[in-house]
Design a protein around this ligand. Structure first.
Ligand code: AMP
Ligand code: ZN
Length: 499
């Protein structure tokens, strides 16, 4: 595939060292709060990338860290330790906070069809490894102790700003202005590898080290975990654009100083999701989570669809209007898929769309074109089975659970029986070779048989949710939405309104 590389600043062929296996590292979440939907955009696009690489036939060895210690706002000791602040906010221990929000993060991922990497490594499980890498950096003369902390000496690195493409001068006045001065540093861009002198006297998580009791800096975490789990060469490193500097810049500096050779060939960065007031961030207090979208009645995969519609290398502005449009487009896609007949020749289209995938999604992860392929498949003249197979092929990469949702929709319509007849779907059903359900609505006791039927479907949906059959629950919501019935889940139960 071709993929933009932040290191070369061009769209390059992606070539892993081993032609069969991709070693992929992802900067994981800092687990002091829920992920916001911006964070999730980044993980979602990384997931599509991984799926695409698998589609191309690669084995993907993927590792993600969990930042459950430290992560200061700056790389001096002047910022706020986010984990400690989170624990204080909720009157819990740092470990409790970390485990709660890690689970919440992976639950969000599950709902968004984001695969969990095979290897997920919490930073707190690697303290000995950090210490060992820092010792080597000291032995090599690229790190130094000062004021109780251990610093990385960026002046020892030939091309420190290689990832950002900025000159050292530009960064000094630009990005780094907010970082408080640390008198211990030899160079402005130096960063802490190990803290012993912390302004956080009540820091819970501290470990013995050759340099005193303390804790690791943030950047050493990813370098060490990546090298430990994936070896001395990495093919692909991912994160959001805010990670480029200083986090990934520092990762490159220390990993290459440690290894003595170039480390990672391809850097993939996802641009930010902004809200109408600017960048979305957890520290802003109120922020948009996936659960909030669900509470408002959105299917998480409608948010996935929303993200896939735009390119990962462009900032994306979130609005509910935009999400509404994506949600109805997604629902229509599901019902059109559900309406496909099941017979006909298979295989015919798959090869064609395998090529189409390479031309589109394989060209710097053009997911919007991937969605267009789904519509093109639906419009094909081929039989229903062939179209379903081609849809499955494309959706293996896009991850919209299209066939599963469509089948659940068909099943829900079947279960509901009356649904088709009542919604004026009979015509469509007849066209697609499905028997239209007998219309028995006039038998309703309260004079509004359609309302009774809607209530019955809502009850069925509640039961499906209880059984964790989310596909069916979503399908019922989608079927009702097609009829102009909107559901709102409230603490007192589901309420509905009709257009
Ligand atoms: P954090 O949990 O803060 O370490 O962030 C987790 C991931 O989300 C990192 O890869 C960040 O680069 C990314 N990220 C942070 N803010 C946004 C945003 N507004 N939009 C997209 N990705 C983001
Ligand atoms: Zn990282």
């Amino acid at each position: 595939m071709k993929l933009y590389n932040t290191l070369t600043k061009t769209v390059d062929p992606f070539l892993p060292r081993d032609p069969k296996t991709v070693k992929m590292y992802t900067c994981g979440p800092t687990v002091y709060h829920f992920a916001h939907i911006g964070n999730l955009r980044t993980y979602l696009m990384e997931d599509v990338l991984e799926r695409y690489l698998r589609f191309e036939g690669y084995t993907v060895e993927r590792v993600m860290n969990i930042t459950d210690v430290g992560h200061l706002a700056g790389d001096t000791d002047t910022g706020e330790d986010k984990m400690v602040a989170g624990a204080r906010r909720e009157h819990k221990s740092v470990y409790e906070i970390a485990s709660y929000y890690e689970n919440a993060f992976f639950e969000d991922c599950r709902r968004l069809n984001i695969r969990k990497p095979e290897k997920v490594v919490p930073a707190t499980s690697c303290i000995e490894d950090f210490i060992s890498v820092i010792k080597t950096l000291l032995d090599k003369g690229v790190a130094y102790p000062a004021g109780g902390n251990i610093y990385f000496d960026t002046s020892k690195v030939a091309d420190y700003y290689t990832l950002t493409g900025h000159s050292a001068e530009a960064l000094k006045v630009g990005v780094r202005e907010d970082v408080g001065e640390d008198a211990n540093k030899r160079n402005k861009s130096d960063f802490v590898l190990w803290f012993t002198k912390s302004k956080f006297e009540d820091q819970e998580l501290k470990w013995n080290s050759p340099w005193g009791v303390g804790y690791p800096g943030w950047h050493i975490e990813c370098s060490t975990i990546s090298m430990r789990e994936l070896g001395d060469y990495l093919d692909l490193h991912c994160g959001g654009v805010d990670n480029i500097f200083p986090h990934h810049t520092n990762e490159i500096a220390q990993s290459e100083a440690y290894l003595g050779h170039p480390w990672c060939g391809h850097w993939f960065h996802v641009h930010h999701l902004n809200d109408e007031t600017g960048k979305m961030s957890k520290s802003k207090g109120e922020f948009l989570t996936l659960s909030l979208l669900e509470k408002k009645g959105y299917d998480p995969l409608a948010y996935r669809y929303f993200c896939l519609e735009s390119h990962y290398r462009k900032p994306l502005t979130f609005s509910f209007e935009g999400l509404d449009n994506a949600a109805s487009a997604y629902r229509r896609l599901i019902s059109r898929t559900a309406a496909l007949p099941r017979e006909g020749e298979a295989r015919l289209l798959v090869e064609k769309y395998r090529e189409e995938m390479r031309r589109t999604v394989g060209n710097d992860l053009n997911t919007a074109m991937g969605i267009t392929l789904l519509y093109n498949i639906l419009k094909e003249k081929a039989g229903g089975r062939a179209r379903r197979e081609a849809l499955a092929l494309v959706d293996e990469v896009l991850g919209l659970s299209l066939l599963e949702k469509a089948d659940a929709l068909s099943a829900a319509e079947g279960t509901a029986g009356k649904l088709c007849g009542a919604a004026g779907c009979a015509k469509e059903c007849a066209e697609n070779g499905r028997p239209a359900a007998p219309d028995t609505r006039e038998n309703g006791a309260d004079g509004d048989p359609e309302a009774e039927e809607i209530e019955a479907l809502i009850a069925r949906r509640a039961a499906a949710k209880k059984e964790k059959n989310y596909a069916e629950a979503d399908a019922i919501r989608a079927a009702l939405a097609e009829r102009g019935v909107t559901l709102t889940d409230t603490p007192a139960g589901t309420v509905w309104s009709r257009r």
